[in-house]
Design a protein around this ligand. Structure first.
Ligand SMILES: Nc1ncnc2c1ncn2[C@@H]1O[C@H](COP(=O)(O)OP(=O)(O)OP(=O)(O)O)[C@@H](O)[C@H]1O
Ligand SMILES: O=C(O)c1ccc[n+]([C@@H]2O[C@H](COP(=O)([O-])O)[C@@H](O)[C@H]2O)c1
Length: 195
């Protein structure tokens, strides 16, 4: 049996906090691998991503190259439409019956977990590894008890980097260096993303 963490996200663009979150979850929960899965259409976000699906996946693959335990998956892009996690988990469980999956999420997403599509079924299929995020600090007591019992909190240095802030930085002509891997910055500049 392999323990696999699922790092789902819009990744518009992927940044260092995503990578540190994945590494923290991997260390804490003794995961064998983390699979990064870019969404097609993110369920609870008001705006559509700015970069294309191909560009977001390309940036994920550039960011994780060199870490053999990290892998980028196009399963949600191939399925298209709204990327509900229940569909992804069911598909992955059917494809990899010997794997045990854990969903990795930041505190902003932890708070809206009960509003996820078919949340009651999802909770039966997968455990969650949560990471604190300074913009929306963890408030576990706000979460129904049945969710609290399915959630493990992994320690991670608080890092207030968001893709929204990075898109604003590009628009304002500011540097991305030290916020994203160099290869991701080069890709963003080459494709003139977020300008
Ligand atoms: N700074 C961070 N610390 C911890 N977790 C994070 C951080 N940034 C993102 N995450 C988590 O990573 C996952 C994917 O996030 P996402 O791709 O939406 O990035 P984002 O920075 O929140 O994007 P945006 O600003 O566009 O909303 C989510 O579970 C999110 O909570
Ligand atoms: O299944 C849902 O209803 C659902 C609702 C909100 C978020 N998610 C998943 O959570 C992950 C992070 O979402 P986001 O919007 O922060 O990029 C991504 O994989 C989404 O598909 C899933």
């Amino acid at each position: 049996m392999r323990k696999v963490g699922i790092m789902g996200g819009t990744f518009d663009p992927i940044h260092y906090a995503h990578l540190i979150a994945a590494q923290s979850a991997m260390e804490f929960a003794a995961l064998d691998e983390v699979w990064f899965i870019p969404t097609s259409s993110p369920p609870l976000k008001p705006n559509a991503p700015l970069a294309t699906e191909e560009q977001r996946l390309a940036m994920v693959n550039l960011a994780i190259q060199g870490e053999p335990r990290f892998r980028g998956l196009d399963i949600e892009l191939n399925r298209g439409g709204t990327s509900y996690s229940i569909d992804t988990i069911m598909e992955l469980r059917a494809m990899y019956p010997m794997h045990q999956f854990h969903y990795i999420i930041g505190s902003d997403r932890i708070h809206d977990l009960p509003r996820w599509h078919r949340a009651q079924e999802l909770i039966q299929l997968v455990g969650f590894i949560g990471l604190n995020r300074p913009s929306e600090p963890l408030e576990l007591d706000q979460l129904p008890t049945q969710w609290q019992s399915k959630l493990t909190i992994a320690p991670m240095p608080l890092i207030e980097i968001s893709s929204t802030e990075l898109r604003k930085r590009v628009k304002a002509g500011k540097a991305l260096r030290y916020y994203v891997p160099d290869e991701v910055e080069s890709y963003i500049r080459r494709h003139r993303l977020y300008e």
